[in-house]
Design a protein around this ligand. Sequence first.
Ligand code: NAG
Length: 359
Amino acid sequence: MVLKRDNTRMVPVFIFISCILTSATTNAPHKMNNQKVLISSNDFPETGLKVLHEHFTVVQSRFNNFGEEGLKENKEELLNLIPGCSALVWISHHPITKELLDKAGPNLKMIAAASAGYNHCNVEELKARGIKLSNTPNVLSSAVADIAVALMLAASRRFTENLGQVRSGLWRIGFQYELGQEIRGSTVGIIGLGGIGQTVVKRLVGFEVEKFIYTGRKEKPEGKALGAEFVSLDNLLAQSDFVVLAVPLTTETKLMINSTTLGKMKQNAILINVGRGDLVDQDALYDALKSRRIYAAGLDVTTPEPLPKDHKLLTLPNIFILPHIGSATERTRSDMAVLAANNVVNALQGKPLITPVLQ
Ligand SMILES: *[C@@H]1O[C@H](CO)[C@@H](O)[C@H](O)[C@H]1NC(C)=O
């Protein structure tokens, strides 16, 4: 056997050795390149990538972690890439499975979810395995609150019907046709006065709302500062002209808007959901809108997502639906990415998480 000397192979070895020497001499602060961080999707903002690249070896999926691709191609990709990773940046609302956690192995110390909600993160399982979890609250409150207000306007001013007229060229022009409801003078009831709920109240200040009320697990000091009154759920449903869902999805809040609670709402009430689809029993909502038991609904979240294009909700004139775009602005997605990345940095450097769910 002839041993052929291959000089090209020596080049990477040389670079590797000089890197070690350079980093030893310059002593790059906290550069822990032996730690691998996996990003679950191919669409992660540059700003967040930059933070991770400064500290770790970054591994990123070639696929998108949303929709069908997320459930099929990307699943395999992630199972292949995750072994040995120390942290996972989780983008999308697909569930974090036991299978993925098993594949990761004992190195996995933390998961940074790039979302405010973490109902998809298998919290009990992470807790049992001692894996930390962070989310990205607050940075997305403004963008999501904007969408809540947009949905209030769209549903109250009948955008679905009116856009349908423009598209068909058949305008019903008249003094009393297609009249809507106003925010002015209304009672706005917020279910869940967290970061998003509070920002909705702030956004609506110029709309001459008559009264803000809210419900949740407990009264909040921020409520008083915003001039919002804490009431029971039943009281809120009975009084509100707009009911805004801005609450996390938990076992307690799942299907909290159902035939019973819809039955307690005013006939002119408009339901807005910027939380999660499963807060609402969609069959009951369909019936309530169809029979005009309530006036209209505006949804940024549905079950499932995507909502099939032949879904019965889409046959209703008095509903306006968006494809879960609450936090989808350039600025907010960048802020979410940087926050998720900095949570990873803190976790792997033994510092407290910035926005912990499981510390
Ligand atoms: C409807 O929601 C209310 C409030 O969350 C709950 O107490 C009730 O059990 C639910 N009813 C049904 C039929 O699901």
